[in-house]
Design a protein around this ligand. Sequence first.
Ligand SMILES: *Cc1c(COP(=O)(O)O)cnc(C)c1O
Length: 330
Amino acid sequence: MSGSVAASGLAMPAILEAAERLRGVARRTPVQTSAQLDEMTGARVFLKCENFQRTGSFKFRGGYNAMSLLSEEERRRGVITYSSGNHAQALSLAGRLLGAPVTIVMPNDADPSKMAATRAYGGTLVLYDPATEDREEIGSRLAAERGLSMIPPYNHTGVMAGQGTATVELFEEVPDLDLLLIACGGGGLISGSSVAAKALKPGCRVIGVEPAEADDATRSFRAGAIQRVHNPRTVADGVRTPALGELTFPVILKNVDDMATVSEAGIVRAMHFLWERMKLVVEPTGAVPLAALMEERVNARGLRIGLVLCGGNVDFQRAAGLFREFGLAD
Ligand SMILES: *Cc1c(COP(=O)(O)O)cnc(C)c1O
């Protein structure tokens, strides 16, 4: 098994090294359970609360690990990425901790609170017009002009290895999981998580979950070739990525057992359950794996199931608006 995993571009030693680098830097997030949730699903469910991670999502793990792999000289010159979401904040904080200036290419219509949060962590924004300009093109041009190192949000082995460390911690606390459910956008989180799970318990199944509105990863998994989705209209903004990465896709094909999709209403209902019943503030994407259980998109009965609650960055107004829109609040 370890040979085939190594051949796919990401192996367990890289994840364990990432875990070592992150020790005392990333938060060791709690694992929560709920008797009500167990009863509802007929399973034992263990929630790894990355909504409590530094900067509010697991992205800090991958961003910090990737930046640690740069030379001192590269860090001094600086790092660049494109992201309007959690990766921007994560990388900005990692840069502050590791002494690297961070430039973020962000659309000029990005959420102002996300711009402010990124600036507060020390990131410098370069805004562009998403209607006429391409973020990857701007990113590569600035990287070349200014000698900056590009750390993309998922298609990078250092990022993928860092994201796997949450699963390492989950297995340290709950070694005998039968199933792991992971939200899938560009596939960085599920790459690292699936390699870690298969190394620690080969019999543990790993299922990726994404909104039916953005089902490119499911289609790619079935077709055996990367499929794309254009501007998906899902509430789960953390997984609105257009396609899996060239580095994440082969790891997913090799280590992930299946993919499942969930409805928009299911995502908001799962989010509402986590807020109201478990007092866990998650963003819509953070509720995607639980939606797969609540909508019975996977066989859960009798199993011990791990879920990564991947992020908590949503402002109260947006959450309240979603609960109202889907009939869960007045
Ligand atoms: C980035 C992100 C994801 C998706 O991660 P990928 O590595 O792109 O698959 C899921 N949830 C949250 C909260 C995120 O920030």
